[in-house]
Design a binder for this molecule. Structure first.
Ligand code: ASP
Length: 438
């Protein structure tokens, strides 16, 4: 059994040679950090540009037949400076020349964007004295561009078995004909997860510029506490409500393999960060709630019909109208004779009138009401299930703030309570719930 840590470093962790030094120290601090997945260099300061963005711009310029020389020069300068300052022996100049030629000859957007990670990987591998592994050889996409999970896992495991220490650039792989294909933006997180699974890692470390997830949005709650531990399912609930640090698709490969993810801060490696653990792992902390997140701008359509509960297929009829109009709903709280549909306002815009008319016509409700400008707040925590008094605490806090609760729904797993309030009350509601638990 090999002790293996897979460590993915984001763009800000590798933005310049100073950051590279921090990364090297972190890697050398634990000899189990055997497989490293780098992103492309990110912003060095607020005004700076991400290499990936510049590369996409180069591609767009070629498409429009506009010279991309000055853009490519900015990219070249950054890599040349990196290689020089780190004193690594990589012929970056030749690589840049080939890449520039390929882009000018009409290389795809995916190829162009992927070179950010490719070049960074070459430099990092040399700097660490690790083997460079081109993901084009092991991360496989199908002809139609979909990710080929099965083949990839096979290739990754086979390859990594033979390697003691390696750097595998994030974000891209290749299709059967060798053409480069990338994941969606932020996709190095996904590569890291795939490598962790393929390597049979004990842990997948995701190094970034924050010390993990916060219990609430810092734009709403002042200095919110860090979440030290969260389960995959809790994370899914919170990210669905808009709290993101990690690419969504990064969860699945490691979750399947039961590998925990540790979100860590490259600039404060001593911080514990957030550990993402299996849903069934015993809770190692006493907190009843893990986090709070929410989104504004929903509309709620409430339909009332006497004896609805006895009528078979009523909800199906209502939902088929949404389906016909290509609208998806978020929740469907129901009462004996009522059913409500919570729908993102952005989905409805021009379609609302048509949908209401169709419901009138096909479902013959006694009444139908639309409540716009509603927000949803999710209070999430696996410690909540089977703990008495959580909802009492939440609703007391809201009542104290004079906030009208317009909707309540509890997920069947008892790890979340979703509360509907008016958009105007959103921030106050989140603050008051946070405060009552902290
Ligand atoms: N460099 C890519 C992006 O900016 C992938 C990543 O950083 O994860 O989206």
């Amino acid at each position: 059994m090999r002790d293996i840590i897979v460590a993915k470093f984001g763009g800000s962790s590798l933005a310049d040679s100073k950051q590279f030094e921090k990364v090297k120290n972190i890697i050398e601090d634990n000899k189990n950090r055997k497989f490293i997945v780098p992103s492309a260099p990110g912003k060095r300061n607020k005004e700076d540009q991400k290499i990936t963005d510049l590369l996409y711009l180069c591609h767009a310029h070629v498409q429009q037949n506009i010279s991309f020389d000055y853009l490519f020069q900015i990219i070249s300068d950054r890599y040349l400076e990196l290689a020089r300052e780190l004193n690594v022996d990589v012929d970056i100049k030749s690589h840049l020349q080939i890449i520039k030629k390929n882009i000018s000859e009409g290389a795809s957007a995916d190829y162009t964007a992927s070179r950010g990670e490719y070049l960074n990987g070459l430099i990092l591998a040399k700097y660490l004295n690790y083997e460079f592994i081109d993901p084009a050889e092991i991360i496989c996409f199908k002809e139609n561009g979909a990710f080929n999970e099965e083949k990839t896992q096979m290739e990754v495991s086979k390859r990594l078995e033979t390697i003691e220490r390696g750097v595998i650039p994030g974000f891209y792989g290749a299709m059967p004909n060798g053409e480069i294909k990338t994941f969606s933006r932020g996709g190095s997180d996904v590569t890291g997860a795939i490598i962790a699974r393929g390597a049979g890692a004990d842990i997948y470390e995701n190094w970034t510029d924050v010390s993990g997830f916060l219990m609430a949005d810092p734009r709403i709650v002042e200095d919110p506490k860090n979440i030290s531990e969260i389960s995959y399912r809790e994370l899914r609930e919170l990210s669905y409500m808009g709290a993101t640090v990690l690419h969504e698709d990064a969860i699945f490969p490691v979750r399947k393999a039961g590998i925990p993810i540790n979100i860590k801060n490259t600039n404060r490696p001593e911080d514990k960060g957030t550990l993402i653990v299996n849903d069934l792992d015993p809770i190692s902390y006493s907190k009843t709630i893990t986090g709070i997140a929410g989104k504004k701008d929903f509309a709620v359509i409430t339909i009332e019909k006497n004896m609805m509960n006895a009528e078979q297929g009523y909800c199906r009829k209502v939902l088929s109208i949404l389906e016909d109009n290509n609208v998806s709903f978020e929740h469907m709280p129901s009462g004996v004779d009522t059913v409500s549909l919570v729908i993102a306002q952005s989905q409805l815009n021009s379609k609302l009138d048509r949908i209401l008319k169709e419901i009138e016509l096909k479902c013959c409700p006694d009444s139908i009401e639309v409540h716009p400008h509603m927000a949803q707040i999710a209070v999430v925590g696996r410690g909540m299930s089977r703990t008495i008094g959580i909802s009492a605490k939440i609703f007391m806090a809201l009542a104290k703030e004079n906030i009208n609760v317009r909707m309540i729904s509890q997920g069947s797993s008892e790890i979340n309570i979703i509360i509907g309030v008016e958009d105007n009350d959103f921030e106050r509601a989140i603050k008051s719930i946070y405060n009552v638990f902290n």
